[in-house]
Design a protein around this ligand. Sequence first.
Ligand code: FAD
Length: 319
Amino acid sequence: MSHHKIIVIGTGPAGYTAAIYASRANLAPLVFEGAQPGGQLTITTEVENYPGFREGIMGPALMDEMRAQAERFGTVIKAETVLKADLASSPRTITTDQGTYTCDALIIATGASAKWMGIRKDEELSRTGGGVSACATCDGFFFRGKEIAVVGGGDTALEEATFLTKFASKVTLIHRRDRLRASKAMQERAMRNEKIAFKWNAVVEDILTRDHDLPTGGTVAKVATLKLKDTVTGASEDLPVEGLFVAIGHQPNTSLFTGQLPMNEAGYLDVEPGSTRTPVAGVFACGDVQDHQYRQAITAAGSGCMAAIDAERWLSEHG
Ligand code: FAD
C-alpha cells in the first residue's frame, strides 16, 4: 500500500487540470483514469468552444494534450478503476481493481454520463459526428438553418429546444407523454416560440441515416429520418430531420460515495458554494460530478484548478 499527498480520481478535463496544478505545486498527485481515459471528450469529434484553439480541436487530441501537460510536471497516471473509497478512514483509503492506496487529500473528478435512449445507433452517431448530441451548447452551432428534433420533457429538454431555435429553422420536441414535466414558465416560453413544434405521445424507435461526403475524403453517416412510434395508438411515423438532441438526463458517477458524501436528488455531489470542498475534510469534488448546470469542458477544467488550489491550501494547514 503506498501513501500519497493527493489522489485524483478521473482523467477528464477536471481531473487533468487538477493534476497539472497539483503537480506544479510539488504535490506529486497520483491519478486513476478509470474506464474512460480522457473522459467524455474522447467520444466526440470536433470541439470548437475550448479556448486556445481557434480552428477547433478533436476531442481525443485535446485530452491527449492535457494528459501530456500533467505528465510533464510529474503526475503519475494509473490505468486503474476505483472500486471503493473509504472516506471515514484516516488517511483516506482508495481501493482500485489493482491495489490499495492512501492519501491525505482526495480530488473526485469522476464526471457524468449522458443518458441515451438505448435504441440502435443513438450513442454511436453521437461519437462519430453523425448528428446526434446530448449537448445543445456544444453542438447547436453545427445545425444552422436545419430541421432538428429534441427528445425529452423536462426543463433541460425545453431549455435545449429553446436554445436550439437560435440556429435551427425548426425544432420538434418529441415527448413520450401528452404533458411535460418542465416548469410552467419554461413550458410557456417554449410554446410561444414559433420555431418549436411538439410531437406528443411519441418515442424514437429508429434513426435512419444518409451518407455524406467528407471534405477530407470518405463518407460519414448522418441522421436523415427518425422513425417515431405513437405510445398510445402504436402507429408509426417518419420525421425527416438532420439532427437529434437527446435531453433525457445525465448520470453522475457518484455511486462510490453513496452514504459518505451528500448528493442532490439526481446524484450530483454537493460542494460548498464558491469552492470545491465537500463536507468531509480534505475531500474535494470538481467537474461534471458536482455540476448539473454547465457541464462544459472549460467549466470542468476551471473547477479542477479550484480543487487543486483548495487541496493545496488544505494540505498546508493540515498536512
Ligand atoms: P469526464 O470527462 O466525464 O471524465 C470523468 C473521468 O472519471 C473519466 O476519465 C472516467 O474514466 C473517470 N472515472 C469515473 N469513475 C471512475 C472510477 N470509479 N475510477 C477511476 N476513474 C473513474 N463540452 C465542451 O465544452 N465542448 C464540447 O464541444 C463538448 N462536446 C461534448 C460531446 C459529447 C459527445 C459529450 C458526451 C460531452 C461533450 N462536452 C463538451 C461536455 C464535456 O465533455 C464534459 O463537460 C467534460 O468532459 C466533463 O469533464 P469531467 O472532467 O468533469 O468528467
